[in-house]
Design a protein around this ligand. Sequence first.
Ligand code: CP3
Length: 351
Amino acid sequence: MTPLKNDLFLRALLKQPVEHTPIWMMRQAGRYLPEYRATRARAGSFLALCKNPELACEVTLQPLDRFPLDAAILFSDILTVPDAMGLGLYFAEGEGPKFERPLRDETAIRQLAAPDPEDELGYVMDAVRTIRQALDGRVPLIGFSGSPFTLACYMIEGGGSDDFRHTKAMLYSRPDLLHRILSVNADAVTAYLNAQIRAGAQAVQIFDTWGGALTRSAYLEFSLPYMQRIVDGLIREHDGRRVPCILFTKGGGQWLEAMADAGADALGLDWSTDIADARRRVGERVALQGNLDPCVLFAAPEAIEAEVAKILASFGSGNGHVFNLGHGISQHVDPAHAAVLVDAVHRLSAR
Ligand code: CP3
């Protein structure tokens, strides 16, 4: 494999010195880019795009061809894992993800098993290998998965939800069943991320989108320990290089200290936490990634630049910062504003 031409992202995650703060954007490949919409139309659907390694590679590279981003992220979805478990993922137009067979009854829960990532999810590994080759060392490739709890939310609800009533009802009345699902998910995610690493992912991020909807005690029982189990089982070095791991719990600012002890190299922050405050709380234990409010990208270029400057100043000098949005980029953002963001981060952070 070609050596990396830009390893700022990996260095920042390991708290090593960098020439400027690296940046990537959650959901950087997506509907705000007209070229993404064109490729998706050619694929026929979002799922067909995920399952076609050549087209998944094409959309992974699209944001990098527009902006000088410091990392690429595999184009896929967190819900491919429950799909491979047999739940039947589909996307109803304008309604988000749905499962044909939500996981609610005890028999189905007892039968749930982790898929073989090289088999049922072989298309993801093919995409990772295709992307690594196409990147040719330009920037590192990030692999990812959902957290066991976030996956469980979609599996139990059968789609998105604003209150997670089925999941939380199970949590409070049949915690044994939820623990069983989480345990299978943790095994599935560990094997899935390790397969991505073997296929060429150079860092991994665990998306815990809904962990922040839990009470503190429920988070410490139902989300964090299962992420920790994954981190404990991850391949940490591959091809002679450390493979850093990032934990992102949206709304996780309340319990960062506990997250910092899970063994990950870095924590992702949403915009509700002040990054200076977060840094004081986690100390030297982890690097931090974040945390611009994604809605800042709807503002004028001068305002975007001012908000970038605030975050850079708030993090302060020293190592261990990867710039990112606090959550995914909106489909309504003007790509020219994303360009302003990337340029501002590089320019204002140059050492
Ligand atoms: O960051 C990237 O560029 C990589 C690609 C990526 C996607 N989904 C592509 C996608 C990643 C990392 C994800 C993760 C994901 N998927 C999460 C966790 C991150 C987060 O946003 O909190 C979650 C919760 C999902 C589940 C999911 N997939 C939802 C809720 C939706 C619908 C959301 C929407 O905006 O409509 C998806 C679909 C999806 N995943 C799209 C993309 C680009 C839009 C699909 C389309 O093209 O219509």
